[in-house]
Design a protein around this ligand. Structure first.
Ligand SMILES: NC(=O)c1ccc[n+]([C@@H]2O[C@H](COP(=O)([O-])OP(=O)(O)OC[C@H]3O[C@@H](n4cnc5c(N)ncnc54)[C@H](OP(=O)(O)O)[C@@H]3O)[C@@H](O)[C@H]2O)c1
Length: 325
């Protein structure tokens, strides 16, 4: 089959369309004919050599796909050839076919285009597991999302609004903040022009954020802790602003706050299956009702994979970029 490979680490031009061996499903696996693969910021880090696939995972990039089931391995009873599906992967999505444990497969939600469904698994699973499963966002809470216009951010806004939360976002341009408002965010902070701690406090009458979904890490740690409401939960899922910072524990104690860090990719297959089951039960009905939808910025052909990575690096996009074989 054809796949986008990383023969050497480097800029986006290293991405190379090549022939690679066809994958075969083992017991408990599903083989998918890929209709599209979602592009995630993690793929850019992997390409640069900063994010190795976990042991045993495909060396090919790609953490999510949509497509059609081509075959199933022994012991798989939930899926059949021809089923329209999307899947959360540990790697291997940038290819014409991919093998994935059956527990990480989801049906394409009713009413969603097969290709667009590739933009769902990674963001919905990440947002659900962090914001709802771990940080326990509830109706009436204030959620602060850094990077509201990102793939992750556009899904987090929609799911949190659907859950009855007040959503605050940061973004770097007025146009991106407008896009976040269209999705339901009501507190819009341009982080290049305003201090998010001051603005959030002002616009929530001093309350702050019950939950913060953070993709910046070290650079925002101190200010994030300052922005927490009493008993607030800061969940760090990205390190675009570095990994090491000083934490004022006194400030954390005073607000009875929590700081949590997670990655989805390194979780066990069993844990990923648990997240996927939670998403299917709690988030999928919102998508099928049309309350929440995949936000797709562009579909890019496999042959132009370097351009797809350049779009994310330049960061003028809103939502997801997809690669189409
Ligand atoms: N831990 C996990 O399991 C997990 C899973 C999925 C994703 N992630 C992380 O989530 C993040 C988003 O991923 P993605 O694929 O959705 O990427 P993406 O679409 O490329 O989004 C990156 C976002 O970061 C924003 N940003 C950059 N600097 C910022 C700053 N100083 N303040 C606020 N926002 C800033 C950008 O907004 P502007 O262009 O406006 O600056 C952009 O919207 C990445 O860091 C990724 O590694 C983690």
């Amino acid at each position: 089959m054809r796949a986008i490979t990383i023969p050497e680490f480097g800029d986006e031009q290293v991405l190379t369309l090549a022939d690679v061996p066809d994958p075969t499903p083992g017991p408990g696996d599903v083989l998918i004919d890929v209709a599209a693969a979602g592009v995630n910021r993690a793929d850019l880090l992997q390409r640069k050599g900063f994010y190795d696939p976990p042991a045993g995972a495909s060396p090919l990039p790609g953490l999510e796909v949509s497509g059609t089931v081509a075959a199933v391995g022994a012991d798989v009873t939930d899926w059949r050839p021809g089923d329209r599906v999307c899947a959360l992967l540990t790697g291997g999505g940038y290819a014409q076919q991919v093998v994935v444990p059956a527990g990480q497969v989801l049906p394409v939600p009713e009413g969603v285009d097969l290709v667009d469904a590739a933009g769902l698994p990674e963001v919905v699973c990440t947002v659900w597991s962090n914001v709802f499963d771990t940080a326990r966002l509830r109706a009436g809470d204030v959620l602060l999302i850094h990077g509201g216009s990102s793939g992750i951010g556009t899904m987090a806004i929609q799911l949190a609004v659907a859950a009855g939360a007040t959503v605050a976002v940061t973004a770097g341009t007025a146009a991106k903040l407008d896009a976040c408002r269209d999705l339901g965010a009501t507190i819009l902070i341009n982080y290049r022009e305003e201090d998010f701690v001051t603005e959030l406090s002002r616009l929530t009458d001093g309350h702050g954020a019950d939950v913060i979904l953070d993709v910046i890490g070290a650079k925002y740690l101190d200010r994030n802790v300052s922005a927490l409401a009493d008993g607030g939960r800061l969940v760090v899922i990205g390190l675009q602003g570095g990994a090491t910072a000083e934490l004022n524990l006194g400030k954390l104690m005073a607000t009875r706050g929590s700081v949590i860090g997670t990655t989805l990719r390194s979780r066990t297959d069993a844990d990923k299956a648990r997240v996927v089951a939670g998403v299917r039960e709690q988030a999928w009905p919102l998508i099928e009702a049309g309350t929440v939808r995949p936000i797709i910025f562009e579909r890019v052909p496999f042959a132009e994979a370097p351009r797809a990575h350049r779009i994310l690096a330049d960061s003028h996009h809103v939502g997801k970029v997809l690669l189409v074989p």
